[in-house]
Design a protein around this ligand. Sequence first.
Ligand code: NAI
Length: 425
Amino acid sequence: MTAPISEHLTDPADAREEGRRKIEWARQHMPILAALREQFEADPPFDGERVGMAMHVEAKTAVLAETLAAGGAEVAITGCNPLSTHDDVSAALDAVEGVTSYARRGVEDDAYYEAMESVIAHEPTVTVDDGGDLVFAIHEEYPDLIEGIVGGCEETTTGVHRLRAMADDGALEYPMFAVNDTPMKRLFDNVHGTGESALSSIAMTTNLSWAGKTVVVAGFGHCGKGVARKASGQNADVVVTEVDSRRALAAHMEGYDVMPMAEAAAEGEVFVTTTGNRDVIVREHFERMGDGVVLANAGHFDVEIDLDALSDLAVDTYEARDGMQAYEMADGRRLHVLAEGRLVNLATPISLGHPIEVMDQSFGVQAVCVRELTERGTEYAAGVHDVPDDLDREVAETKLAAEGIAIDGLTDTQREYMDSWQHGT
Ligand code: NAI
């Protein structure tokens, strides 16, 4: 176990002030969480609840944590990736009443898991995960706590895959909402959020333009679609690699070149992996790449680019820029890896993660799911559950109201028409 972040910093007061200002800026652009906070303060739904969180600890996540605390929860939080924590935000969050933050940037694996154990020591009644590490640790190491857990929420595709695999093995022992899979999250966060933030992190870390570049996007799922669309919008030539025939066809119909990675390796100048799978770019691909290429991963874990093979091939490695490691090959070619192959939009030194507005939606869904669990959690069996549609709509309606956007409603005649099967030609 470890101590909260404030006890690890040499000047916690300064860090707290910096972090507090970042959180304040994020809060100003998160109208959904603001509306939910107002609701939670008026009638606290989380009195007596302990929420354990393992997420990317930066300003937007801090607003979610403080919103849950404002609703009466005791919140304990740590990171879900050793490079995505912003220490100043973590320190500011640790100073919020009802919140303890153990997240620290750049810790080794041991300290990463010690911080997770410290969160678990709060004996959470609800868990909020991004990648599934917290749920997994509880099931593996602390099964006695499961009885006291009403349920949890999972933020990302990889985490939901992990949970479904656990459920298929009969190993998942409490209900989990697949927040990732709901429209208000996936159609915005994975597509637009990853597209915008991965590209801006790459551009700022490398200081290179997208215009005229050949950008290889591995995986044409939700994230890949976003990366491809935004790169194309900045005048890059996009090549897509896929293993799923329908996704490959979809990419083809969008006008992108589609080919195997073995071919794309020779053509690409920037490579972005978004598959949630491992070994997507490996030795045979490195061997074909040109001098100067940039390699970035936007999938959850750092397993998409085979860095061990790249290290084996390299005769020299050095930091070419902050957050970018150069691997020099025997023939003089230099291949550049961003953020040690970890989530590029969160783990380079200048990464800010998804835009605030996008995370307001994702975290709005998280907050209403935590509310649902504390109100009706016992009605859900152990396993992975879709977010109830009315909760997803509630978040969409709150956002539309905040944007001042009105939409039409169905008339009774239209509703009757849509629900009937008798109307034909
Ligand atoms: P998805 O399931 O919609 O798409 C993944 C795609 O990759 C699929 O089309 C699949 O066929 C393809 N794929 C799998 N193995 C491949 C291979 N070897 N070569 C080429 N294509 C392959 O998943 P989604 O939602 O796009 O998420 C992808 C990853 O990104 C996950 O790890 C997820 O957790 C992560 N993620 C990252 C975010 C970020 O902030 N960077 C935000 C949201 C999700």
